[in-house]
Design a binder for this molecule. Structure first.
Ligand code: EPU
Length: 343
């Protein structure tokens, strides 16, 4: 049985370092502990909220019920034809596993280096960066139904992955606890340096394409991220605070008439993705400070806690940015991390 504590501060369990308390809190290290925690919650009719690395949540109030820190560990693998299927327990750290797979000679995760958070949280928002999304590597995951305690397996189709989206943000929201995920990696590197900033960084380091290996790709991704994104250990943040909005072709064309320099990335369906950072920057918010919270000065998509900020202040700043972008561009920004406690 895991130790269950009451009125526990979650400040060190969320990368924005927002002050909030869990009514009940426990850390689970394996499935048996998880089941025991669920039974405890069930017997007292407590809502169960899982927490992983805490790097994609906004705590805007105390959490009632039981907060379960998902710290299940372990990695196993099996060869399936030319693919190495690696199963990671939910509590393993994403970046450490990217590095460890690279050392083993198992490739595919290198563009996703240095993303904060845990393996179990990665499918919820279908983490993605530098031209690769988790869904590109995904094989399956195992989860436990919070209510029935039943084990359920999800394959890729069942996860309904989209841009920063999955079934776990929609129809299956709040229903399952992800206990492990399986990714399909390869021993034969497949280099993907389509993303312009990555291509530019790689080209500075090599004379010929033959020199480009996954280790270099991973190192360059880390370099770019360190240049742009604040280290949550030093400046608390939750990465991109908004999704990049998708805008119809007609609206994109109309906006380009007024803002010919607007960056836009055409999607297969004809819509365009507009960088939310650009929209925020155009409204003059890059580096803006509101009390103890602000907009990062090197990446306008990242909101930061400058020290002592709380969830309400952060959401107020987010609302100010949304209003400004809507007024000027008629585009609605959507908050990307999961917000708890702001009804
Ligand atoms: N830009 C600005 N101002 C800025 C920053 C960026 O105008 O302050 C514009 C530029 O035009 C730039 C473009 O935005 O070329 C793209 O910028 P960047 O490469 O930094 O990517 P992003 O769209 O801001 C997305 C993801 C990141 C991911 C990077 C790299 C979302 C919501 N964010 O950011 O993911 O690391 O691409 O692939 O899709 C996260 O989700 O937490 C995250 C960090």
């Amino acid at each position: 049985m895991p130790v269950i504590q009451q009125n526990v501060s979650l400040q060190s369990f969320n990368s924005l370092a927002l002050p909030a308390e869990a009514e009940f809190f426990c850390t689970v290290r394996d499935r048996a502990e998880l089941r025991a925690a669920l039974q405890f919650a069930h017997s007292r009719q407590l809502v169960v909220t899982p927490i992983g690395g805490g790097s994609n949540i906004v705590l805007a109030a105390n959490l009632s019920g039981l907060v379960v820190h998902m710290d299940l560990r372990g990695v196993s693998h099996r060869a399936v034809g030319r693919v190495i299927e690696v199963t990671f327990a939910a509590g393993e750290n994403w970046h450490q596993q990217v590095q460890s797979c690279l050392e083993q000679g198992w490739y595919g995760m290198e563009n996703l280096a240095l993303i904060p958070g845990s393996m179990g949280a990665a499918p919820i928002q279908n983490i993605g960066a530098y031209g690769v999304e988790l869904s590109d590597l995904f094989v399956s995951l195992n989860a436990i139904d919070k209510l029935s305690g039943e084990a359920v397996e999800f394959d890729r189709a069942a996860c309904q992955f989209g841009y920063r989206d999955s079934v776990f943000k929609n129809a299956a929201r709040d229903r399952y606890l992800i206990v492990d995920i399986t990714l399909g990696l390869t021993t034969q590197p497949q280099i993907n340096i389509q993303y312009p900033a990555l291509q530019a960084a790689v080209n500075q380091h090599v004379r010929s394409a033959a020199e480009i290996g996954p280790e270099l790709v991973s190192a360059m991704v880390c370099q770019i991220r360190r240049q742009k994104l604040p280290d949550p250990e030093l400046i608390p943040n939750a990465g991109s605070f908004f999704k990049n909005p998708l805008v119809t072709r007609a609206q994109t064309d109309a906006l380009l008439q007024r803002y010919p320099q607007m960056p836009h990335y055409a999607q297969a369906d004809g819509d365009s993705k507009i960088p939310a950072a650009w929209l925020i920057e155009q409204c003059g918010f890059r580096g803006a400070v509101r009390g103890a919270v602000g907009v990062h000065d090197r990446q306008a998509l990242v909101l930061v806690n400058l020290g002592g900020g709380n969830g309400a202040e952060l959401l107020e700043l987010a609302a100010e940015l949304c209003d400004a972008v809507k007024q000027r561009f008629a585009i609605e920004l959507e908050i990307e991390p999961r917000v708890y406690g702001a009804d």
